[in-house]
Design a protein around this ligand. Structure first.
Ligand code: CMP
Length: 138
């Protein structure tokens, strides 16, 4: 894989814990470049639309509610194999199953409050980047 872009969200549990800088540093130390960053509190509509791919899943409502409980930091990361590199840095979705030294093992609380989101495929990365940073997709 060559140069790629992926979308990252630092979730409300991690912004509340004051570890935004620590998490962004991990991306940079792994060679990923921050090409866009935005901090905001998502509306229920935004969170619901962002996670629309999970609409049929039993956890959808709880996930959307959770994502609106505080500010999040949304960024676009660019680098070699960015999607897989970011997923490796994050660790497993469930922090109890995340490898030692990963962002979720070190900072996450639970499966919804799992510190970070990262795009899981090239197709979702393109859609997610377009959703939050349409100016990058022109
Ligand atoms: P994220 O990477 O943000 O993408 C979808 C989110 O759904 C996931 O991280 C979790 O926070 C949340 N979620 C809650 N329950 C589950 C589950 N059983 N399986 C996968 N994701 C879940």
């Amino acid at each position: 894989m060559g140069l790629e872009r992926t979308l990252s969200i630092i979730k409300p549990d991690a912004t509340k814990k004051n570890v935004i800088g620590k998490i962004l540093s991990r991306f940079e130390e792994a060679g990923l470049k921050l090409i866009a960053v935005s901090m905001k509190t998502l509306s229920p509509e935004e969170a619901g639309e962002f996670y629309a791919v999970h609409r049929a899943r039993p956890f959808y409502g709880e996930l959307v509610d959770y994502m609106t409980t505080g500010p999040v930091v949304i960024s676009v990361l660019e680098g070699h194999d960015a999607i897989a590199t970011n997923r490796k840095l994050m660790g497993a979705t469930d922090p109890k199953k995340a490898d030692k030294g990963t962002i979720r093992a070190d900072f996450a609380e639970s499966i919804n409050a799992n510190a970070v989101h990262g795009s899981d495929s090239a197709e979702n990365a393109a859609n997610e980047i377009k959703f939050f940073f349409p100016e990058l997709s022109r």
